[in-house]
Write a protein that binds this ligand. Structure first.
Ligand SMILES: *[C@@H]1O[C@H](CO)[C@@H](O)[C@H](O)[C@H]1NC(C)=O
Ligand SMILES: *[C@@H]1O[C@H](CO)[C@@H](O)[C@H](O)[C@H]1NC(C)=O
Length: 213
C-alpha cells in the first residue's frame, strides 16, 4: 500500500510543482547581450532595473547595420522622460518617453513550452533549472511573438526571443544578474542634466527599441 502511495505521489508530482507564469524580481542589476537574426544588430548593455519606481538605466554599446553606436540612457516611465547621458562631455539631452513600463514578467496567458536543465544536472552547481514560455503580445503597431526563458527558482530572466515583422527575431541573453540595485545613483539624473530642456521627440525608433527590453 505504501509503495502505491509513493508511486502516486511521484506521478502526481508531490515534489515538483507545475511551473506558473511569474514576475521577475522588481530590483535587478545585470548585463545583457542583444542580437538580431539578420545580423544587423548586436549589442551589449549593463542595466539597472527598478520596477517599483519604473526606472531603467541602460549603458549600451554595439553595432547596427555595420555602424557602431554607444549610448547611456535613463528611462523614467513615471515622469514620461528619458535622459541621454554623455558622461565624458557632461552633456545631457532630455526627451519625452512614450509607452508604458513593461515589467519583466511572463504574461499570465503564456503557454509553457517546457522545463529543462541548462548545463548538467549531474553535479551540484553544474546546472540551472529553467522554464520556457511562449505567447503573443499586442504592441502599438503590430503583433509580437516571444519565447521567454526564466529560472524556475526566482523567475530571473535568462533568454528572450522576440519577433515582430519589422525587427525580425531578436535574441536577448541576460547574465550576471544581482538582485537589487547595486548603485542607486545610476537611477537618478546626474547633476549636469539639471538644465536639460525637454526636446521634441524625433526618433520613434528609440522608444520601440526599449520596448524590447
Ligand atoms: C557589413 O559588413 C560586411 C563585411 O564587411 C558585409 O558583408 C555586409 O554586407 C555588411 N552589412 C550591411 C548590412 O551593410
Ligand atoms: C495574451 O494577452 C495579450 C495581451 O494581454 C494578447 O495580445 C495576446 O493575444 C494574448 N494571447 C496569447 C496567446 O499570448
Amino acid at each position: 500500500m505504501r509503495v502505491l502511495t509513493v508511486f502516486v505521489c511521484l506521478t502526481a508530482g508531490c515534489f515538483a510543482q507545475k511551473p506558473r507564469p511569474c514576475t521577475s524580481p522588481p530590483l535587478l542589476t545585470g548585463s545583457l547581450s542583444l542580437g538580431s537574426a539578420d545580423e544587423k544588430l548586436g549589442a551589449f548593455a549593463k542595466f539597472n532595473y527598478d520596477a517599483l519606481r519604473q526606472r531603467i538605466r541602460l549603458s549600451e554599446f554595439g553595432s547596427y547595420k555595420n555602424k557602431t553606436f554607444q549610448f547611456d540612457v535613463l528611462l523614467l516611465y513615471k515622469e514620461g522622460v528619458m535622459y541621454e547621458i554623455d558622461k565624458r562631455n557632461q552633456a545631457c539631452t532630455k526627451k519625452p518617453l512614450s509607452g508604458d513600463f513593461h515589467p519583466l514578467a511572463i504574461p499570465t496567458n503564456a503557454s509553457l513550452l517546457g522545463q529543462v536543465v541548462l548545463g548538467s544536472s549531474s553535479g551540484p552547481g553544474q546546472g540551472l533549472l529553467v522554464n520556457t514560455w511562449v505567447g503573443e503580445l499586442q504592441m502599438k503597431k503590430e503583433m509580437a511573438k516571444y519565447v521567454s526563458t526564466v529560472t524556475e527558482f526566482g523567475c530571473v530572466p535568462v533568454t528572450t526571443l522576440f519577433h515582430t515583422n519589422t525587427l525580425g527575431w531578436v535574441v536577448t541573453n541576460f547574465f550576471n544578474n544581482v538582485l537589487g540595485i547595486t548603485d542607486p545613483e545610476l537611477l537618478i539624473p546626474p547633476p549636469f542634466c539639471k538644465d536639460a530642456q525637454l526636446e521634441e521627440e524625433d526618433e520613434r525608433d528609440a522608444a520601440n527599441f526599449f520596448s524590447l527590453f
